[in-house]
Design a binder for this molecule. Structure first.
Ligand code: CP
Ligand code: NVA
Length: 325
């Protein structure tokens, strides 16, 4: 690869934290997607980079993870960094030590911090007090790195994603729904959240996303009616009970069973080209049937792979040396 191949190098995200897509412009999101595609291509050609050489990266996990943990680990090593896994039972944080102190200690030793956990305030505090870039690997409210992977996957299928119709079906107020609404409306997509009223997103976030849509030319609709998948280019779902909500299982099954993504719902888009997406892990038989997730419309494993390439782009853009990519 030649240095000149790196996309939109003029956009400088150095030192920025990545907590929610609210903090990033459409141009910056597009830049991260371009950079991820570039890094993916480079990896497929067997070229390793040194853009994170000498950097030490803390991976803090209060909740479990397969994709996010492995993506940060592999991406860091691919670009020459050292990742260190700090699980909730292995460090003082959450027991003896508060967020502010943990942030200042980690910031003295590490060059970047990934955090996955419950309260969104924790990741904000880490960013505020650590003095190094902090990347949100999922909180109760947002999952922004997942959206980059989803958009990269959609770009690979459709090319330009502007103006596409995106239907999210299920728990309309969880971290995925929140983050997809922000991402879609910033990037000019027509986003429909299809959920029972009891699980609709918060009104202030809906208003904010509607203001993004006005600028981008996209739109946001919230409805209870599954017929709203008509014309969708993407049908997306997520688990009915997010991590930490396990006690809600019975209640959610009762509320969300009519919102299961099965072949009948996929067909209701009226398009053979509609793709099925899911951030994974999936509960087959709940939010999606086995035939849909295993079927020809499903791109879920491309999404999973793209977690790594997009997370690498976030770390490289905010912490890396772009001359060494
Ligand atoms: N999609 C996602 O974040 O997966 P993990 O929970 O395995 O990290
Ligand atoms: N909404 C899910 C996403 C998992 C990647 C959860 O928070 O458990």
């Amino acid at each position: 690869m030649r240095k000149g191949d790196i996309p939109m190098k003029h956009l400088n995200l150095t030192g920025r934290s990545f907590l929610t897509l609210k903090d990033f412009t459409a141009e910056e999101i597009a830049y991260l997607l371009d950079l991820a595609a570039y890094l993916k291509d480079k990896k497929k050609k067997g070229i390793r980079g040194k853009s994170l050489a000498g950097k030490n990266i803390a991976l803090m996990f209060e909740k479990t993870s397969t994709r996010t943990r492995c993506s940060f680990t592999v991406a860091a090593i691919d670009e020459g960094a050292h990742p260190e896994y700090l699980g909730k039972d292995e460090i003082q944080f959450g027991k003896k030590e508060n967020v502010k102190d943990t942030a200042r200690v980690l910031g003295r030793m590490f060059d970047g911090i990934e955090f996955r956990g419950f309260s969104h305030e924790t990741v904000e505090m880490l960013a505020k007090y650590s003095g190094v870039p902090v990347w949100n690997g999922l909180t109760d409210d947002f999952h922004p790195t997942q959206i980059l992977a989803d958009f990269l996957t959609m770009r690979e299928v459709f090319g330009d994603i502007t103006g596409k119709k995106f239907a999210f079906v299920g728990d309309g107020r969880n971290n995925m729904s929140n983050s997809l609404m922000i991402g879609c409306t910033k990037m000019g997509l027509h986003c429909v959240i299809i959920a029972p009223k009891a699980l609709w997103p918060k009104e202030d976030l809906v208003e904010l996303c509607q203001s993004y849509a006005k600028v981008s030319g996209g739109s946001l609709t919230i409805t209870e009616d599954t017929a709203a998948v008509a014309g969708a280019d993407v049908i997306y779902t997520d688990v009915w009970c997010s991590m930490g909500e396990e006690d809600k299982a019975a209640e959610r099954v009762a509320l969300l069973s009519p919102y299961q993504v099965n072949q009948k719902l996929m067909d209701a888009s009226g398009k053979k080209s509609t793709i099925f997406m899911h951030c994974l892990p999936a509960v087959r038989g709940n939010e999606v049937t086995d035939d849909v997730i295993e079927g020809p419309q499903s791109v879920v494993f491309d999404e999973a792979e793209n977690r790594m390439h997009t997370i690498k782009a976030v770390m490289v853009a905010t912490l890396g040396n772009l001359d060494e990519v």
